[in-house]
Design a protein around this ligand. Structure first.
Ligand code: RP5
Length: 167
């Protein structure tokens, strides 16, 4: 686990286990599409609580602006990070074999007042990455332009699909 400066990363992607990566890599791909530098690491709330708290406490000081945190089952990682960092935390409920990810969703979404986690859908790591881009774009006009172009593309694709149906 990195304890130094981020080397330019603006977004920290963390997950409870390497088994979460097949889900979480969609966040990394979304960030890469927008040219946003990120770092990715395993920081388990239950298996390495001291390291997890240190990661959260140091995240802002190391230069990160947004945290994307994914976990499955008793998914306490996003909430615990939100408790110790002032950065915006986006939570990704990772679906496991049992309960279809409902356990992950409910563990992440129902935070107490004062400690927000922006929870995306079950397995919704791509949207987590896109939301991180939007947060950064609020103070980065060039990035905001790229987000607007991306949204224009989405609209054009939806129009094109409509044309196929109308034919
Ligand atoms: C959670 O336990 C992790 O986020 C992962 O989703 C789940 C299972 O972890 P492994 O047993 O696959 O390492 O804390």
């Amino acid at each position: 686990m990195s304890e130094q400066a981020t080397g330019g990363a603006r977004v920290g992607i963390v997950m409870g286990s390497d088994s979460d990566w097949p889900t979480m890599q969609a966040a990394a791909e979304a960030l890469a599409e927008f040219g946003v530098a990120y770092e990715a690491d395993v920081v388990s709330a239950h298996r390495m609580p001291d390291e997890m708290l240190r990661w959260g406490r140091e995240a802002a000081g190391r230069g990160l602006s947004v945290v994307v945190a994914g976990a499955g089952g008793a998914a306490h990682l996003p909430g615990m990070l939100a408790a110790v960092t002032p950065l915006p935390v986006i939570g990704v409920p990772v679906p496991l074999r049992h309960l279809d990810g409902m356990d992950s969703l409910l563990s992440i979404v129902q935070m107490p007042a004062g400690v927000p986690v922006a929870t995306v859908s079950i397995g919704g790591a791509r949207n987590a990455g896109l939301l991180a881009v939007r947060i950064l774009a609020a103070t980065d006009p060039a990035l905001q332009q790229r987000m607007t172009a991306f949204q224009d593309d989405l609209r054009d694709q939806a129009h094109a699909k409509g044309e196929v149906v109308r034919r």
